[in-house]
Design a protein around this ligand. Structure first.
Ligand SMILES: *Cc1c(COP(=O)(O)O)cnc(C)c1O
Length: 403
């Protein structure tokens, strides 16, 4: 039998086959390698594995066969369609595990990180409250204004990382990956992007020159809400295998084999799911946009969104997360949440089922009003992760819940 890799070309085929190696026991799927440690035939072999002369697993915090398939699959999808692009990925315990490994690998005492407003809450907390204690300062500016970005680079020679997240919560603000990356590189600064909302199916930051990508695989990549996980990827494989690997290993940021197995299966249907998530989201955004009880819809696929044309330029589709403001405010938001019959009341995003949350009464309940407003979180704001149910059922549920 010929086991040579068949040269598949499509994204769907890559999502299914990339990273897969024939299992020595002929299991169709790569099993859950529930093993903390791996065996050496001889002391000589142990020596070779430790010195890197022989490939092979040693200890699961350092790598595991079930993780390896997932890591190769994510790297293949993030570089897919771009000849010459290569990347190395590490599977992490969570999105925050991946972000922590990235920040600690790329920043040191005295460095600064340049970023923008409305980052994921955990990332913002890391950058604003944890890094300063390590002597790493954050500069936060409106990066939609390229002049402000340029001024920041000019005035701060110690910026070592530009950290981007696009699209971002809760207003679906986008930043220009190509323009900001080109600018950062002029100043010798490396660029990282959180690609959780878009996934590589909709947006490939490496193709715009971005150096590092982080994911919360908990969301669309897993797709079924079955596990917390993350991924940390870099284009500079030399750096990933040395400094970044040392941090990843010693931080204990690794994933676990069972969650890796779930993620691997989830990713096989990524493109299929994303097509449905996205077409449902576009239909729902248009419906909400015309609804008399709704003031504003934040969805970068609507022509009225400030980043509509940017999203069209750098994304294949605007994605499946949106938010909208109920004119009835805080009480209206709570009432709508209580009246949902099919859609799920929960935080998080990217699962097959539609998830809705009301930040003012949930995630941001204890945040002071001025701060909430600065983030764009008004009392009647609802965030929605559009699922892959039949769109008419989602529309009917929203219609009866809003009224
Ligand atoms: C959820 C999320 C994270 C954090 O991921 P966890 O898996 O919860 O640690 C980071 N970035 C974005 C954009 C997210 O949505």
């Amino acid at each position: 039998m010929n086991h040579k890799k068949f040269p598949y070309a499509g994204f769907n085929s890559a999502a299914i086959h990339a990273g897969h190696e024939k299992d020595p026991k002929y299991s169709h799927l790569t099993p859950v390698y529930a093993a903390s440690t791996f065996v050496f035939d001889t002391a000589e072999q142990g020596m070779k594995r430790f010195s890197g002369q022989e490939e092979g697993f040693i200890y699961s915090r350092w790598g595991n066969p079930t993780f390896a398939e997932v890591e190769q699959k994510i790297a293949a999808l993030e570089t897919w369609g771009h000849a010459g692009l290569t990347a190395k990925a590490f599977l992490c315990a969570s999105g925050m595990g991946a972000i922590s490994a990235l920040l600690l690998s790329t920043l040191k005492k005295g460095d600064k990180v340049l970023t923008h407003y409305s980052l994921y809450g955990g990332t913002q907390d890391m950058i604003e409250s944890v890094l300063p204690d390590l002597g790493i300062e954050a500069i936060i500016v409106d990066l939609k204004d390229l002049q402000k970005a340029e001024d920041a680079f000019k005035n701060n020679k110690d910026i070592a990382l530009l950290y981007l997240e696009t699209p971002a919560n809760p207003t679906l603000q986008c930043v220009d990956l190509a323009a900001l990356t080109a600018l950062a590189h002029q100043y010798g600064v490396r660029v990282a992007c959180d690609n959780t909302f878009a996934t590589p199916y909709l947006q490939q930051p490496f193709s715009f020159g971005v150096d590092f990508i982080v994911h919360s695989t908990t969301k669309f990549l897993n797709g079924h809400g079955t596990a917390i996980g993350g991924a940390f990827l870099g284009r500079d494989t030399e750096f990933m295998q040395s400094k970044a690997y040392r941090i990843y290993k010693n931080l204990g940021a690794n994933g676990n084999p069972f969650d890796a197995f779930l993620l691997n299966n989830g990713m096989k249907t990524l493109p299929l799911r994303m097509d449905k998530h996205c077409s449902n989201a576009a239909t729902i955004a248009e419906y909400l946009n015309k609804h008399p009880k709704i003031g504003k819809v934040n969805y970068c696929g609507l022509p009225g969104h400030p980043d509509f044309s940017l999203a069209q330029k750098q994304m294949k589709h605007a994605g499946a997360v949106l938010s909208f403001e109920l004119k009835a405010g805080f009480e209206g938001g709570k009432k709508m949440m209580d009246q949902l019959k099919m859609c799920t009341r929960a935080v998080s995003l990217g699962t097959c089922d539609t998830l809705l949350c009301h930040p003012a009464s949930m995630t941001h309940f204890s945040v002071p009003k001025e701060k909430k407003e600065a983030y764009g979180i008004t009392d009647g704001l609802i965030r929605m992760s559009v699922g892959i149910e039949d769109v008419n059922d989602i529309l009917n549920d929203l219609e009866q819940a809003i009224n």
